[in-house]
Design a protein around this ligand. Structure first.
Ligand code: SAM
Length: 311
């Protein structure tokens, strides 16, 4: 295995996530988004000497970095998988059911800084945006979307996934430009977007929302999140907790609505926010929201005929 560079990713809301998950010796935990490994390793430390952690990621670099850092032996299983297959991977681990499941959504700073992933509008790279080879099933890339979807489709998804008010203008500019030559690089697209919208002198780059929309579409992030949360409910032990850290309103809405449908849970009404010290030192934390769902010790599950059954 090649040497992976040390992570530059600063994990968000680590103590709040641990507070929600309450790791303990002998407990079994699933980290669906390994990334730089900080949350996983904190779970391992707090569940010593015999707690277990199963960590998933779609990014092979994150996985190889964690393998190199594994001083926990068999207590840490590190698996390349999309969390769309959460239940299957959990069953294969031999550690079912889990006492805590964590999702820290989105991408890591390592991925953002990797030009080959094409995720940043500040670093030139190919317009790809897949977080890893298993990030989607159909091989869809940002270049395919930008160069082949209709103007209407582009407008719709940039508006829906980027919450971008200039979606129509951006879509028009993309279609006009690609008639001359395909748009293949991140900076090419970022500059084109910048030139197509009014200069509002805002702090955020004019391409921010379109890049977010593309990443969500390429990795099918919203559908995958919804499915993974439903699977998390199935593999969680009574008295266990699902904790999710999200970074934008589309993700947070899905978490909130999916938790609401869970039966036999206690759900915190308001999301937990990072403290001021963290938002000062880690700009990524500013938009973070943590929601937790705690399964009752005796969970009631709805059966299809409207009856309930005690587990
Ligand atoms: C914000 S980072 C996680 C950081 C991590 N909690 C830490 O302590 O450093 C999100 C990670 O989730 C991974 N990821 C995103 N979507 C995924 C999916 N559908 N399945 C598995 N991993 C995913 C990304 O590749 C990235 O490494």
């Amino acid at each position: 295995m090649s040497q992976a560079k040390a992570t530059v990713h600063k994990a968000v809301m680590v103590s709040e996530a641990m507070e929600a998950l309450q790791p303990r010796a002998g407990g079994r935990y699933l980290d669906a988004t390994l990334g730089g490994g900080t949350h996983s390793m904190e779970l391992l430390k707090l569940s010593a000497p015999d707690g277990c952690v199963l960590s998933l990621d779609v990014d092979p670099i994150a996985l190889s970095r964690a393998e190199q850092q594994n001083v926990y032996g068999k207590r840490w299983q590190i698996v390349e998988s999309n969390f769309s297959h959460l239940k299957e991977v959990a069953e294969k681990s031999g550690w079912m059911p889990f006492d805590g499941i964590l999702f820290d959504l989105g991408l890591s700073s390592d991925e953002l800084a990797d030009p080959s992933k094409g995720l940043s509008f500040q670093i030139d790279g190919p317009l790809d945006m897949r977080l890893g080879p298993k990030a989607n099933d159909d091989g869809l890339t940002a270049a395919t979307i930008v160069n082949s979807w209709s103007e209407h489709e582009l407008t719709e998804f940039i508006r829906a996934y980027g919450e971008e008010k200039f979606a129509a203008r951006i879509a028009r500019a993309i279609v006009e430009r690609r008639r001359q030559k395909p748009i293949l690089s991140t900076l090419d697209l970022a500059n084109l977007i910048k030139a197509s919208v009014p200069n509002l002198h805002t702090v955020i780059h004019p391409a921010t929302r379109t890049f977010q929309a593309l990443r969500i579409a390429v990795n099918d992030e919203l559908a995958v999140l919804k499915s993974a949360l439903d699977q998390a409910d199935e593999i969680l032990a009574p008295n266990g907790t699902i904790a999710v850290i999200s970074f934008h309103s589309l993700e947070d809405r899905i978490v909130k609505q999916t938790f609401k449908k869970f039966v036999g849970y206690q759900i915190s009404k308001k999301p937990i926010r990072p403290n001021q010290a963290e938002t000062k030192t880690n700009p990524r934390a500013r938009s973070a929201k943590l929601r937790a769902a705690h399964k009752n010790a005796t969970k009631q599950t709805n059966l299809c005929h409207g009856r309930t059954r005690l587990l």
